[in-house]
Design a protein around this ligand. Sequence first.
Ligand code: HEC
Length: 161
Amino acid sequence: MTRIRAAGAAAILILSISSCAKPEEVKPADAKAYMIEHVQPAAQNYWDAVQYVSDEKGAREIVPTNAEEWNRTVEAARALKQSAEILKQPAYAANRGTDWQDFAEGLAQAAARAETAAQSHEPDKVLEAGGTLYNICTACHEIYLPTPVRLGPDPHNSTQQ
Ligand code: HEC
């Protein structure tokens, strides 16, 4: 009797493990929440690192000034690279067109370039890589967002009040 019950429990365990592994049973994840909690903050940190600002104090450039600030910029790019890999997973990619993977891969590559740019400590390269990132965000959103959204300052032309 005990043995049968133990076998039953093992069978249930195996069933629940295998049902988790079936891709078609992956529950769709909330892309919007993931974007707001992870993708947007990382991208914002990257874009904020290098900016041309024009306000009452005149036009000037904001750039990372020490190793810690540069590292934060590198980390922001790495976070985006990881997010791109997460977006490729079935929880986010299921039931999307094949272009979903292309956009996610585009984000991975843009984030990798952004990381290299930040590692070079060259503001112009960071600005350019930030622009490329921005374009891939918008490209995917054009297809997959029900209503268009503004993603904070365009890194090519940011003005702070
Ligand atoms: C692979 C496609 C894809 C890429 C690349 C992508 N997004 Fe998204 N994004 C989505 C989808 C899908 C949603 C959610 C749509 C919905 O359900 O409302 C979304 C939503 C958002 C939202 C919430 C918008 C709202 O409705 O309030 C923000 C913010 C956002 N993304 C930022 C970014 C940023 C920043 C980047 C680039 C660094 C980026 N996204 C790249 C697919 C993508």
